[in-house]
Design a protein around this ligand. Sequence first.
Ligand code: NAD
Length: 368
Amino acid sequence: MSTTISVSGAGFTSYEVEVGRGLLTGLGAQVSTLTKGRVVVISDETVAALHGPAVLASLEGAGLRTRILTVPPGEASKSFTELERVIDRLLAYELDRKDLIVALGGGVVGDLAGLAAALYMRGIDFVQVPTTLLAQVDSSVGGKTAIDTPRGKNLVGAFHQPRRVIADIDVLATLPPRQLRSGWAEVLKHGLICDAAFFDWLAGEGAVGVNGDLVALERAVIRSVEIKSAIVEEDERETGRRALLNLGHTFGHALEVELGFDELVLTHGEAVALGCAMAFRYSATLGLCPDADVKRAVSGLAAAGLPTRLAEVGEAGAGALVRRMTGDKKVEDGHLTLILVRGIGQAFVERTVDAVRLAGFLRTEGAR
Ligand code: NAD
């Protein structure tokens, strides 16, 4: 049993996201409907060791000529160096535009392989097989691909939608607990943005998902993909509503930079969780959001083992954080843009945030 969610939009060919259990077995049959040519699986070394054999067996079982190409695990692989190496291998394999790439891994592999697919021969098809919770609920859907440069994250990239996304919930069984919690932050974020009933379920009966309950995880992934794809359908290029998906991200990104992008100190999901808590408290300070909603939002995040207070993760200066926030990509016409809330499930884009007032708020949050 699986659930299929279709993603369509004005600017791209529609595609399907399939979410379910045991899907890797049927991957070859699915991919063979998209290409009769060759398939290159791009993965990281950890995921390739755990799930590569099942993927290759399925693809080869469907009669597809297949190769696997691995990169080291971790954010450092989203680099020009790895992109060049990957593209060089594709050229050496003499892949052509009838062939296809499968991105097997978390957001790092999806972003890197997706960008390689966007650039190779001006664009070849690729299929996302996301293996982290974050990748299943967020990065594999929507067509954003990118690498980092020493000047910042995700600064070089392209919009390139996958031909299909196959999210096998069973692969989450091998994911380390901290990675699962990180992805759970993005799941909670989806509820906080636009679905209060989903958030209540995640914070209540569904909370077992963060401890690895695969039934709850399947439901959480399905609803998250529905929410994300509905937003992407309306606004692929983030000229409006897609910015809502950045709830918690402007605060979170500033914290990630200030704390040195050290995954051991703060994962991306943890930064997003703390950023969501801050966005709720800031909205309450501005008189926009009832305190009861702030309390429910923060306790849902904290109960999942995610940080909700600056003191839990380290120290940062208020001025430095605001500078990072104004230096963020989401600054338009000199105004600081933040995603704020009128309550749980009621996020909105605020484009005229006052930097001085924001710095004052961050001091009340414990920033120096
Ligand atoms: P990741 O890809 O680095 O994966 C995290 C770790 O988990 C890695 O060490 C990986 O080897 C391991 N792993 C992956 N799947 C596993 C499994 N099933 N079992 C055991 N280990 C497994 O990190 P991530 O959190 O998935 O992705 C983060 C990246 O996603 C960032 O670079 C971020 O910028 C990007 N991102 C992109 C988008 C987008 O829209 N394109 C959205 C959000 C995040």
